[in-house]
Design a binder for this molecule. Structure first.
Ligand code: FAD
Ligand code: SF4
Length: 333
């Protein structure tokens, strides 16, 4: 076993100081449900971990008129079950309920969830497989291998790994922002700018600096929250990652015409994906199965399906269609 230092600060300032002073490669430890897994597999080998479980500020949840705020250390289960989140933003609650298992949701945090890494089997499979994300320049085993669950959108010639999380897909549909802190103080980072596509450097997955910590996730208030849902299609109905997923939210006027539309796609792209052209295609339209399907087709118009995962284009279109119709029913209540 590889040894590592274990640091437990009792204030945010202490955590920032510990990160600034730490050896390169040091990691924040939240619930540990991903990080410890990756350490056991030898994919991550931090010289130290900074455990943030004592930072009470990071567990605060507030639901005011300006919107929602979730401390990065709040547990997935707690946010999923929050009565205001369930009532006013069902897509957010459902994205968490449909993620992982009850045991994991009790332990895992909403901040750690955003930074989970791909489930690409070659990435996790060990040194015998070439993988540009694990070992830059070694190649990509998935390009000629088992690519059934790999990405359709945002891929590059060096990596086609899917971003696996559910929560970020719902958050991106609501223009969520992160408050992050580092040695230079606090800054706000739109969630849509956190994750990056692989391009020619798949090792780089997000724009958070190594010495920065996510403090909280904020969701601006929007009437579209109540007319929202998260649909997730997977190989089995529980404890599995998405083959396709869609977070949708709509607002309708008195005539039933769409005045606001949000579509996030999951399980199909290299990062949480916002389908803005598809959203625009519905503005001013009646929400019918036909217009919803058309929006789904627009959302996947640029898809470059993996060889054995081409069925997920049609699956994705149907997921968006059904999710839009559910969101529309909720918005009309
Ligand atoms: C079997 C299994 C099935 C799963 N299924 C799903 C699923 O269907 N959908 C889904 O969305 N997820 C799924 N997950 C992933 C799970 O939800 C994540 O493991 C979990 O959310 C990570 O949270 P954590 O608090 O345990 O993070 P950790 O493992 O502690 O940390 C994860 C990463 O985030 C970093 N980090 C954590 N907190 C912060 C912070 N505040 N600031 C900066 N960096 C931070 C850590 O350094 C680390 O790199 C599954 C996991 C497992 C093991
Ligand atoms: S798809 Fe990405 S993560 Fe998977 S083997 Fe290829 S380079 Fe590695």
């Amino acid at each position: 076993m590889r040894s590592f230092a274990y640091v437990v600060p009792d204030s945010v300032a202490g955590a920032v100081d510990a990160l600034a002073a730490a050896e390169p490669g040091t990691k924040i430890l939240a619930g540990g449900t991903t990080l410890y897994d990756l350490m056991k597999l030898g994919i991550e080998a931090p010289p130290a971990v900074i455990d943030i479980h004592r930072l009470a500020e990071l567990t605060e949840i507030s639901t005011g008129e300006d919107g929602l705020s979730f401390g990065a250390g709040a547990r997935m289960a707690e946010v999923a079950d929050h009565p205001v989140v369930r009532r006013d933003y069902p897509a957010l609650s459902e994205s968490l309920w449909r993620a992982a298992s009850q045991q994991l949701r009790n332990m895992a945090t909403v901040g750690g969830n955003l930074l989970q890494r791909t489930r690409c089997g070659y990435f996790r499979g060990g040194a015998e497989f070439p993988c540009n994300k694990r070992n830059p320049g070694s190649g990509c085993a998935a390009l000629e291998g088992l690519d059934r669950t790999h990405a359709l959108l945002g891929t590059s010639d060096t990596c086609i790994a899917t971003y696996p999380g559910d929560w970020a897909v719902a958050l991106i549909a609501f223009d969520a922002e992160l408050d992050v802190v580092g040695p230079a103080g606090e800054r706000t980072l739109p969630l849509g700018e956190l994750h990056v596509e692989p391009g020619d450097n798949p090792l780089l997955e997000h724009t958070l600096a190594p010495d920065e910590l996510i403090l909280r996730i904020r969701v601006p208030a929007t009437p579209a929250g109540r007319g929202s849902t998260y649909h997730k299609i997977r190989d089995r109905e529980s404890y599995a990652f998405a083959l396709t997923s869609a977070a949708t939210a709509v607002t309708l006027d008195a005539q039933g015409l769409v005045t606001d539309c949000r579509i996030g796609l999951g399980g199909v792209a290299t990062r949480p994906w916002r389908a803005t052209t598809a959203e625009r295609s519905l503005i001013g339209e009646q929400l019918t199965r036909e217009t919803a399907r058309r929006a789904g087709e627009v959302a996947f118009a640029e898809a470059r399906p993996p060889r054995t995962g081409a069925f997920r284009v049609e699956l994705g279109i149907r997921t968006v269609t059904d999710a839009l119709l559910t969101a529309g029913k909720r918005a009309a209540r």
